[in-house]
Design a protein around this ligand. Structure first.
Ligand SMILES: [Zn+2]
Length: 482
C-alpha cells in the first residue's frame, strides 16, 4: 500500500486568516482526499506558527498577552479549516510541548560541527524575521514590507548550510527532492548554485520578548523561528518522541509539502539541509502554489491593499457553501501561478459548473430514475479509465486537470441526456425502453461523484446516498441558483 504524508505550511497568526491560506489548505486537503480515494494510507497535517515574533508585535499593539492573542487567532484558523471541510489528521500549534521537545531533539541531533557560534552584524527586518542583505533592499527598505531594517549586532548560533550545497544541488537536480513546478525548481537550483552561506539559527531572547523555543543550553537565545516552524512536520507524527522512528517520516512514505512561492528557500534548502545533518529522510516533493491577487495585487493578512472588496473566507463559505469555495479555488485558480481572486469569478463558476452543470445533472437524472424505479448494482471504482487518468494527474498534483476531466464528463452526460430526451418515454408511457439508458447514466454519474468527492465532499455525499438507494431516490437541489 502506498503511504502519503501531505502538509500545508503553518501560517503565523498575527491576524485572522485570509483567502490565500484557504487556497493552500484546500489544495492540500484535496490532494490528501484524492490519495485516500486512490487507496493510499494518508496523513494530512496543518497547524499554526505561534512562535513568530510578528505575533508578539501584533499582540503588543493590541495590548493583549501574547499567549492569549495567539490562542484567539489560532482558533480562527481552526474554524476556517473546519468550515472549509478540511480533513486534516492533526493540527500542530508550535507552542505545544510536543513541538518544543521535537525542536530540541532535532537541534541536538545535528551533525557535530554543523552548529557553531559567531558574532553577526546585519540588517534585520522584523516583518521577514530575517536578516536582509544590502543588495536585496529597495531604497534602503525591505522590498516586501517597505520598512527600514534595523542594524543588529549579536553573537549567534550558526548552522553550516554551506556544507550541504553539493548534496542539495544533486537532490534537487535529480528530482530526489522534486520541486514542482519546473520554473520553481530552476529558481531553487539557481539559488543553490549561487553559493550557500551559513545561516544564523538563533535570535536574542530579549529582542524576541522571551517568546519562542529556547536554544538548548543557552537560555539567552531562542531558536530562529523558521527553523522552529519547519520542525512541525516532524513534531506532529513524532509527537515529541525520538526522531529515529517518526511515523510517516520514513523513506518509503511519499512526503509532500504544499507551500507558497515565498517560502521555497526554507522548504527546499534549509529544511532538507537540516534533515541531512540530522541523518533523517528529506521530503520527496515540494509543491509550490502562486499567490492569490486582487486586480493583480497580492492579498495580505494584515491589509488588503487597494482591495476592500475581498471578504473573509468565512463570508464566502456562508454565502456560496464550502463545496463551491473549494471548487472555485481548485478549478478557476491555476495551481502554480499567481491568479486573481474575484467574487464575480466565484459566482460564475458556481452557476456554470455547479448549479447548471453538476447540480442540474443530479436532479434531472435521479428524478427520472426514481420515476422509472431504477436501482444500481454495487459500486466498483477499482479500475476504470477515469481512475487511471486521475491517478496520473494526481502524481503531478494537477488538481486542475482532474477537474477539467470531471467537468467534461459532466457536460458529456448532460448532453447525452438532452439528445436522448428520456422524458418523452414517460410522456408516451414507454418507460421500459429507457431503463437501460437511465441505469447506464446513473452509473456514470455515480463514478463522476465518487471522483468529485475530494473536492465537493458535502454535495457528493448527499447525491451518492440518493444514487445508492434502491430504487434511486430523487436528489434535492445540490447548488440552488443564486
Ligand atoms: Zn521584510
Amino acid at each position: 500500500m502506498k503511504t502519503t504524508y501531505i502538509t500545508t505550511t503553518i501560517p503565523y497568526v498575527n491576524a485572522a486568516p485570509h483567502i490565500g491560506f484557504a487556497l493552500e489548505l484546500v489544495q492540500a486537503d484535496a490532494l490528501a482526499r484524492y490519495a485516500r480515494q486512490l487507496g493510499h494510507r494518508v496523513r494530512f497535517q496543518t497547524g499554526t506558527d505561534e512562535n513568530a515574533f510578528k505575533n508578539v508585535i501584533s499582540a503588543r499593539e493590541r495590548g493583549v498577552p501574547t499567549e492569549q492573542f495567539v490562542a484567539t487567532n489560532t482558533a480562527a484558523f481552526r474554524q476556517l479549516a473546519t468550515a472549509l471541510l478540511s480533513s486534516h489528521d492533526d493540527f500542530v500549534r508550535t507552542t505545544e510541548p510536543r513541538h518544543r521537545q521535537t525542536v530540541h531533539r532535532l537541534w541536538n541531533r545535528l551533525a557535530p560541527g554543523d552548529l557553531y557560534e559567531a558574532s553577526y552584524q546585519g540588517l534585520y527586518c522584523n516583518g521577514c524575521e530575517d536578516f536582509l542583505l544590502e543588495k536585496d533592499l529597495v531604497d534602503g527598505r525591505c522590498p516586501d514590507h517597505g520598512t527600514v531594517p534595523e542594524p543588529v549586532a549579536e553573537r549567534n548560533h550558526f548552522f553550516r548550510l554551506s556544507r550541504y550545497q553539493d548534496r542539495l544541488e544533486q537532490l534537487i537536480a535529480s528530482d530526489a527532492i522534486r520541486v514542482i513546478p519546473q520554473t520553481r525548481k530552476n529558481e531553487v537550483l539557481r539559488f543553490v548554485q549561487g553559493g550557500l552561506q551559513d545561516i544564523s539559527v538563533s535570535r536574542s531572547a530579549a529582542r524576541s520578548g522571551g517568546w519562542g523555543v529556547p536554544v538548548p543550553g543557552d537560555p539567552d537565545k531562542v531558536i530562529y523561528v523558521w527553523i522552529d516552524a519547519l520542525v512541525n512536520y516532524l513534531s506532529g507524527p513524532g509527537n515529541g518522541g525520538d526522531l529515529g522512528n517518526v511515523p510517516f517520516w520514513e523513506p518509503e512514505t511519499r512526503k509532500v509539502h504544499v507551500i507558497g512561492k515565498n517560502v521555497w528557500k526554507f522548504h527546499a534548502v534549509y529544511w532538507p539541509a537540516l534533515l541531512l545533518s540530522a541523518g533523517l529522510p528529506v521530503p520527496d516533493e515540494i509543491v509550490v502554489h502562486g499567490f492569490l491577487t486582487v486586480n493583480g495585487r497580492k492579498i495580505s493578512k494584515t491589509k488588503v491593499e487597494g482591495a476592500p472588496e475581498v471578504k473573509s473566507p468565512t463570508e464566502y463559505i456562508v454565502q456560496y457553501g464550502a463545496d463551491a469555495v473549494r471548487y472555485y479555488l481548485l478549478r478557476a485558480i491555476p495551481p502554480f501561478r499567481d491568479s486573481d481572486f474575484s467574487e464575480q469569478g466565484l459566482a460564475s463558476v458556481y452557476t456554470a459548473d455547479l448549479a447548471n452543470g453538476l447540480g442540474n445533472l443530479c436532479t434531472r437524472l435521479t428524478t427520472l430514475c426514481a420515476r422509472a424505479n431504477v436501482g444500481l448494482p454495487a459500486a466498483d471504482f477499482g479500475s476504470s479509465p477515469l481512475r487511471t487518468r486521475i491517478e496520473e494527474a494526481f502524481d503531478d498534483f494537477r488538481l486542475d486537470l482532474i477537474l477539467d476531466l470531471l467537468a467534461n464528463e459532466t457536460a458529456r452526460l448532460n448532453r447525452e441526456i438532452a439528445e436522448r430526451k428520456p422524458w418523452e418515454a414517460f410522456r408516451d408511457r414507454q418507460e421500459g425502453t429507457i431503463q437501460t439508458d437511465l441505469g447506464t447514466w446513473a452509473n456514470s454519474l455515480r463514478g463522476l461523484l465518487h471522483w468529485l468527492a475530494p473536492v465537493l465532499p458535502h454535495a457528493t455525499e448527499c447525491a451518492l446516498a440518493c444514487l445508492d438507494s434502491k430504487p434511486i431516490q430523487k436528489c434535492p437541489p445540490l447548488f440552488p441558483r443564486l
